[in-house]
Design a protein around this ligand. Structure first.
Ligand code: FAE
Length: 547
């Protein structure tokens, strides 16, 4: 099987061999069907992944934003790094020629170890739209806790594989409430610009926006916002706008204009694979083991840390358990992944000196969704670019920032759809459930009520002004609010509480947190730029003082 992806073929100077270790072409056979997915599990190569008994200077758990920044800057400083990622490499097309499945036709590639899809919008016209899929180590995890479903990316690139690409820097006046112990001058002078450059963030060409059929839904959203007196703002994204214009012209394969987003974009979106991780790869100092899940970190007898890793098959079984040693370990498993690991390691005595802040300060970034039913003379368009590019800012007055989101169904829905980020003050806590052998989160669905109230500060007013109503058919029957989920988990190992002011975990020198777990529950906008900028800030300090 050929393990050179189309992207690699365009960049022959950079070999992926030896960088992403041990996946071969698992997806090549497996992407589409249950049988193929099962059959291909046996083909997972163990040849080049991290060997049992290895001793590495730095081990990074997870390959999302925090992990990619840490790996890049450490490698540039001359340190060899091994990255361990529980999800797949996502570098090889399936038998349909595509790496990722389309949003409208989920298959095994779409969900992490589920037999039925779990779409954020579960219904349309009241009818359930989830479908049976093969159980497979797919790209989107809908992780269910007591009162909330937390959506997360799984694979090399973490959340960048599945997210909407909205690259938003918070307003400076809000920063003090987001990360109170961090110097805002440094963030806005150095680290936000560094992060935005590294991520490839840019704003849509306003002239093209005004004429593009695929952004009619956003123009309608803007019109309604402005008629009710709310500021509409363009937000930067990491999508390649030139590519999208070519999609619209019909000269390249479509991605954003074919509705690709939630289960990955085959073209156009600059995920971490095309930005930070491409640079990581070019250093020649970093290797990645996909389908490897860290289950334990504990002090090693001779110094450093003993790390236990399960190697997974594509049906989620453990093919091998490996024990390695690392001088330093960076937790970059995402807010949920890092929190779950740390509460377990503290409670089970593996890392007994972690402090009492572990697991605390978790928030959902105030996420709540809703749709509005427009009049028949106010259509939002049958062609909708899957990359949102604008939002309604009512943060100061009403505690809500609402992105004007697409409903890329391919048909006219007469719906406006929104994901609101709100100033919800509620915070959850992870704790170790010893009898069940898992980490629990104590979030309650009722804790979303402040988010609903804040979102209503925008949409009740717009509905009154436009003479329109909320859609009640998207999250069930007769249910207005998508209050059962978040895309933006944050916190659980909060900066300057569970760690020092640069992410060093208290109690165990050489252990660091460098992902969304550091941020106490809310960023006032979409979070990945802030996660990236904070990681840039922290790793610079850690390299200068600890290594
Ligand atoms: P993350 O990117 O989640 O990476 C963590 C990685 O660690 C993952 O690849 C995991 O598979 C891996 N991992 C977890 N546990 C283990 C383990 N035990 N062993 C090995 N590996 C492990 O973390 N944010 C925006 O700013 N703009 C958007 O438009 C946006 N849209 C979104 C849409 C969706 C559907 C979703 C799900 C998220 C969206 N986000 C968006 C959120 C954003 O993707 C998220 O905040 C970041 O990805 C979090 O970055 P971290 O580095 O914390």
């Amino acid at each position: 099987m050929d393990d050179v992806s189309p992207r690699e073929a365009r960049s022959p100077g950079l070999s992926r061999r030896g960088f992403i270790a041990g996946t071969g072409s698992i997806l090549g056979v497996a992407a589409l069907g249950g049988r193929a997915a099962t059959a291909c599990a046996a083909t997972v190569s163990t040849a080049a992944s991290i060997p049992a008994g290895a001793h590495v200077p730095v081990l990074v758990i997870g390959t999302g934003y925090g992990g990619s920044v840490a790996a890049l800057r450490l490698a540039e400083a001359g340190v060899n790094v091994h990255m361990v990622e529980m999800g797949m490499a996502w570098d090889t097309p399936g038998s349909d020629g595509k790496i990722f499945a389309n949003t409208t036709s989920p298959d095994g590639r779409s969900y992490w170890l589920r037999t039925k899809s779990k779409q954020p919008l579960s219904n349309f016209l009241g009818f359930p739209i989830d479908r049976t899929i093969p159980r497979y180590t797919g790209v989107l995890d809908a992780e269910e806790f007591g009162g909330i479903i937390v959506y997360q990316g799984r694979g090399v690139g973490g959340g960048s594989l599945v997210n909407g690409g909205m690259a938003v820097t918070p307003k400076r006046e809000n920063f003090g409430a987001i990360l109170p112990s961090v110097n805002a001058d440094e963030m806005y002078g150095t680290y936000y610009p560094r992060a935005n450059a590294g991520l490839g963030a840019s704003v849509i060409d306003p002239a093209w926006f005004e004429s593009a059929a695929c952004y009619q839904y956003t123009r309608v959203g803007r019109k309604h916002a402005q008629r009710s007196g709310f500021p509409f703002v363009f937000v930067p994204t990491v999508y390649d706008w030139d590519y999208m214009q070519q999609e619209a012209a019909g000269t390249v394969p479509k991605s954003a204009l074919a509705g690709e987003i939630l289960y990955g974009n085959n073209h156009g979106k600059r995920s971490l694979q095309q930005t930070y991780l491409a640079r990581v790869r070019a250093t020649g100092r970093v290797t990645i083991s996909p389908l490897h899940k860290v289950t334990s970190v504990a002090p090693a007898a001779g110094g450093g840390y003993t790390v236990v890793i399960d190697q997974l098959t594509t049906t989620g079984d453990t093919a091998a358990t490996k024990t390695v040693t690392a001088d330093r370990v960076f937790f970059a498993a995402g807010s949920v992944g890092t929190s779950k690991l740390l509460v377990k390691l503290k409670a089970t005595g593996a890392l007994p000196n972690l402090n009492g802040e572990i697991g605390k300060g978790w928030g959902d970034n105030g996420n709540v969704m809703c749709g509005r039913a427009n009049h028949l003379w106010d259509p939002t368009g049958s062609l909708q670019a899957s990359i949102p590019t604008g939002g309604i800012d009512n943060w100061a007055a009403g505690g809500a920032f609402a992105e004007v989101a697409p409903l890329p169904t391919g048909i006219e829905t007469y719906a406006s759809f929104y994901l609101a980020i709100t100033k919800n003050p509620n915070r959850g806590q992870f704790s170790w459930n010893a009898s069940a052998g898992r980490a629990d989160l104590n979030w309650q669905t009722a804790w979303k009520q402040p988010s609903i109230d804040m979102a209503k500060s925008i949409f009740d007013k717009i509905n009154r002004k436009e003479g329109t109503i909320y859609r009640t058919d998207l999250f069930g029957t007769a249910k207005i609010w998508g209050d059962h989920l978040t895309y933006h988990p944050l916190g659980g190992a909060v900066l300057n509480r569970a760690t020092d002011n640069h992410g060093r975990l208290h109690g165990h020198p050489g252990l660091y947190v460098i992902d969304g777990a550091l941020i106490p529950g809310n960023t006032s906008v979409n979070p990945f730029v802030t996660i990236t900028a904070l990681a840039e800030r922290n790793i610079e300090k850690i390299i200068a003082t600890d290594l």
